[in-house]
Design a protein around this ligand. Sequence first.
Ligand code: SF4
Length: 309
Amino acid sequence: MQSPYYTYKQYLIDTYGHRVYRVPIDLGWGCPNRDDDGSGGCTFCPGDGARGVQITGKDDIEAQVTAGVDFARERYGVEYFMAYIQAFTGTHADFTEQEQEYRRVLDAYPFESLTIGTRPDCLPESTLNLLTEFQQEVDVIVELGVQTIHDVTLDRIRRSHHWTESRAAIDALTDRGIRVIAHVILGLPGETPEHFAQTATTLAHLPLDGVKIHNLHVIRSTALAEEYEARPFPLMDEDDYAEEVIGFIQRLPPRMAILRINTDTPEEDLVAPRWHLKKGSFIHMIEQRMQTTNRRQGDLFNRLITFKC
Ligand code: SF4
């Protein structure tokens, strides 16, 4: 069955000619949005900066690469890999350290791509120039934490940047020929389906290669968990979220890859929402629902929406 949306798997095959597996790497640079003692940060963030389980306990770059490649070879039988600087903010270091550490990553394995996860306000001119240089030898992709285009929400979740910075980062990267994937969260406190639609429509008209969509998870030991426990706010169940994520996908152009459509949090760390469907079953349900209701990615691209503040 052909997927009703442009899957990441297909995007990788179209881009590289074969399947490519991401090898997560933590350069240990932390994040500019937290204090040195770990306090502060985005309210939803659990503080481990999304470190991959394969690399837990390994600090050496070469050891992380070996562990990630071996894990994927054994588990998925894949032969091609991209380095994914995933944890925390992958550009949060001075120029010299960035240059040295990206070089170490690329020397550790003949990766197809150097993919870097970062914040929109952590891409100074020197970093942009460095990424442009690396782009001469390897495909550079930046995964950018946008989350939403709404500044009121960005302030509420303590992102410490606004949409204008996300927009400027997307322009600066794509002007240099660097591919950009935007990360968004649907269901942030204070947002409604109109806010999601506005975010989708705005991103749809930018030169992004893809979008990674998360449903909001309230995770233990986060500021959001405290907020939720003090004054619970609405969280979407599977059914509500299914409709919102389908609507989001429909608003994106067919050329934009969908990297992810739901969030994966270990059971023991999740406060809410508790769904009955597991990640794989949810993805299957979305595909089935889109097929049976004749909805596809791009259906609502170019459809104007009105927005009430
Ligand atoms: S989500 Fe990213 S920017 Fe925000 S606190 Fe966590 S690591 Fe820092």
